[in-house]
Write a protein that binds this ligand. Structure first.
Ligand code: CZF
Ligand code: MG
Length: 203
């Protein structure tokens, strides 16, 4: 079976990549399988910059091509926050629950029509042998007033998808993987992955 390495330590992302890639006949490894994988500092100001930082550092470290994901929640009424700080919005302990609570508190009293938000996912595909490729995907929604649902991760319990009439955390894994920012980005990457792998094999 073909293997791809995703340069992430986030269990929620890892699970989504496993189901997205197994459908394509790939086995997924993540940094959760690599003891002593370095923590790459996310010093970029955009999702793309951070995805490139993570992908290139880990590709060089492992001597193998990898995919990195930098993603987050953009809330219009909060001028785009938490944005690239989504994972550590309420502090370095990176608690999904605390992050979600902070966003809900900041949105207290904001009417439904102004609670628009989107998830953004930048993927970077990097190798020690060739130029890095980046793609992105988004997903539109509304921030609810209370969490609902137990699937997914991060801000999923407060991210309401109008078309589905459910929060992301109320969708099944399969449903979220049809419409998520990560699924859209992966679809864009898919179009470039074949050529990339061909060049990789030729090296
Ligand atoms: O409800 C959510 N559903 C999603 O589908 C989703 N995708 C991203 N996020 C949020 O954005 C942060 C990423 O930050 P991030 O890209 O730096 O990742 P991370 O630090 O968690 O892991 P790593 O990949 O860097 O190792 C995550 O922690 C989450 O808070 C999501 N929330
Ligand atoms: Mg991170």
């Amino acid at each position: 079976m073909k293997t791809v390495i995703i340069a992430t330590k986030n269990k929620g992302k890892a699970k989504e990549f496993e189901s997205l890639f197994s459908a394509k006949g790939y086995e997924v490894k993540t940094l959760l399988d690599v003891p002593d994988a370095p923590d790459v500092e996310e010093t970029g100001t955009t999702f793309e910059e951070n995805a490139i930082l993570k992908a290139e550092a880990i590709a060089h470290q492992l001597g193998h091509f990898v995919i990195a994901d930098d993603s987050g929640l953009i809330v219009d009424a909060l001028d785009g926050r938490p944005g690239v700080y989504s994972a550590r919005y309420a502090g370095e302990s990176k608690s999904d629950e605390a992050n979600t609570k902070k966003v809900l508190q900041e949105l207290e009293g904001v009417p439904e029509a102004e609670r628009t938000a989107r998830f953004y996912c930048a993927l970077a595909l990097a190798s020690p042998n060739q130029e890095t490729i980046t793609v992105s995907g988004t997903m539109e929604g509304l921030i609810t007033e209370q969490p609902s649902g137990t699937n997914g991760f991060g801000y999923d319990p407060v991210f309401f998808v109008k078309e589905q009439g459910k929060t992301n955390a109320e969708l099944t894994k399969e449903e979220k993987n049809q419409i998520s920012h990560r699924a859209h980005a992966l679809k864009a990457l898919d179009e470039k992955l074949g050529q990339f792998l061909k060049r990789e094999e030729g090296m």
